[in-house]
Ligand binder design. Structure first.
Ligand SMILES: Cc1cc2nc3c(=O)[nH]c(=O)nc-3n(C[C@H](O)[C@H](O)[C@H](O)COP(=O)(O)OP(=O)(O)OC[C@H]3O[C@@H](n4cnc5c(N)ncnc54)[C@H](O)[C@@H]3O)c2cc1C
Length: 443
């Protein structure tokens, strides 16, 4: 849109059919936005420094501060920019997610956002080829000279003046994931599009375009174990971990379920479950916690006793009973329990401890969910500068820019902050569009 608004003629090559356009973006719900005062649906303020501190916490400092701050600062002007291009936001959220101040939620979700953008793009004269799978960008002397895409049986070759790559990560190629992660990765579920297979990424990295991000890192969360292999989306997410105990298939706990509020912690659980036998975990809660979280689309498994629940979930009943009893005995005074704040209601003398929201699991019926690792995106990507431009051998590639997930590793070295993917995509998409159109209009 930005390129078309600047007068460039724009063609989108989308490998998916029209109904699946928009990749992972169609699965999103919100974007994280800095603001000095109330902005659109966002309440109070969320400063650059607080946003950056939140990012530092989840990335453990593995971030490029310059690019991160650019994304954060620019997010404030993106919200009205998005509204001007048809995106609608829903009123600020209260309740289980604690995000009313930091994250603006799209009315109708990412699918509505994608449809609004395509409508606006069409009005601007942007052309779209669906089922057009880009397979190769030919580089010569620091420049893309042509690119090839396949549509049906036909192979097409075009020579654009400028190229913006925005084709996501490689997580849908599970063979590649298994090479990076080991065979356990074959048990992972892919939360989003089956079309982000890293074809363009591999093509460019293979030709020496500068890369960024650890190839073994991906954003993975723990999702409902009954989710489909691809495209389960947000409805397979489970937010109940802080109010539960989580055990492996031997009915043993393995991590502090109450480490932090869920939006800041949910990204680590995919990895934790991936490290358990058969890459599976089991969440156990009781009746008093059932209404405290957003459930997945699948109903929980329900039983009147812990032993019955264990039987229904395929867990060793005696062992689960022991684990629950041990946990319950380690719980103390729960009068300060507060579901949306770090309440310090902790276990004592238990390993691993549960450091917040530790209430005994005693009230039938008891509920359980299985958990599997759901991969959201991979971190290996194209290294860009603050103009979203790619490089090779220490020099800019004259007419190649990258935006979104495919360059997000330039900012996110590890971890994830809810809503930051769309911030990176929006900020760097606009920059790439501006730079690519300026170049194309000038040559
Ligand atoms: C379930 C889920 C929920 C999420 N929720 C949020 C959220 O609420 N907030 C947030 O900020 N982030 C969220 N994310 C992350 C977010 O989706 C990404 O950060 C963002 O969508 C990346 O946008 P993108 O344009 O880079 O990639 P995508 O939106 O994935 O688009 C990539 C496009 O490239 C196409 N493509 C791939 N290969 C080729 C090829 N060879 N030729 C042609 N086309 C190709 C794909 O078909 C796709 O349409 C979520 C992700 C998932 C999976």
């Amino acid at each position: 849109m930005t390129a078309a608004e600047a007068g460039a003629s724009v063609l989108i090559l989308e490998t998916a059919p029209k109904s699946y356009r928009g990749g992972n973006s169609r699965h999103t719900r919100n974007f994280r936005c800095m603001h000095h005062g109330p902005l659109g649906p966002l309440v109070e303020s969320y400063t650059e420094d607080e946003y950056f501190a939140d990012l530092l916490k989840v990335t453990g400092g593995k971030t490029d501060e310059g690019l991160a701050r650019l994304a954060i600062r620019t997010s404030e002007e993106c919200l009205p920019w998005m509204e001007e291009r048809g995106v609608r936001f829903q009123p600020s959220l209260s309740g289980t997610l604690s995000l009313a101040r930091t994250n603006a939620f799209f009315l109708g979700g990412g699918k509505s956002l994608v449809n609004a953008y395509y409508r606006t793009a069409a009005k601007l004269g942007v052309e779209v080829e669906y089922e057009a799978a880009v397979s190769h960008l030919e580089l010569d002397n620091g420049k893309v000279v042509w690119l090839e895409y396949k549509k049906g049986d036909q192979t097409h070759r075009i020579a654009p003046k400028a190229v913006v790559v925005a084709s996501g990560g490689f997580q849908a190629d599970t063979d590649w994931l298994a090479r990076a992660w080991g065979p356990a990765a074959k048990n992972f579920l892919i939360r989003g599009t089956p079309y982000n297979r890293g074809v363009v990424l591999a093509d460019l990295l293979g030709q020496g375009i500068e890369q960024v991000g650890d190839p073994t890192q991906c954003h993975a969360v723990a999702i409902d174990g009954r989710a489909p292999k691809f495209d389960g989306g947000i409805v397979t997410r489970l937010d109940c971990v802080p109010f539960s105990i989580v055990v492996n298939k031997n009915a043993e706990r393995f991590y502090d379920e109450g480490e932090d509020v869920w939006p800041k912690r949910y990204a680590i659980w995919g990895r934790l479950v991936a490290a358990q036998p058969d890459q599976v975990g089991y969440v156990i809660i009781d009746a008093k916690s059932l209404e405290l979280f957003m459930p997945s689309v699948f109903p929980p498994i329900k039983a009147q006793t812990i032993e019955e629940l264990a039987g229904k979930m395929g867990l060793p009943p005696d062992r689960l009973r022991e684990t629950v009893d041990g946990f319950n005995a380690a719980c103390g005074d729960t009068s300060n329990f507060h579901p949306t704040e770090l309440d310090g209601v902790a276990t004592s003398g238990l390993t691993p401890a549960k450091t917040n929201w530790a209430r005994p699991i005693t009230e039938p019926p008891f509920y359980g969910y299985s958990l599997r690792t759901g991969v959201t995106f991979t971190y290996l990507g194209l290294k860009v500068d603050d103009h979203a431009q790619c490089s090779m051998g220490g020099r800019h590639v004259e007419n190649l820019w990258a935006a979104g997930e495919t360059m997000a590793g330039s900012i996110l070295g590890q971890g994830y902050l809810a809503g930051f993917g769309m911030t990176i995509g929006t900020v760097f998409g606009r920059i790439a569009g501006r730079e690519a159109s300026a170049y194309a209009n000038a040559v």
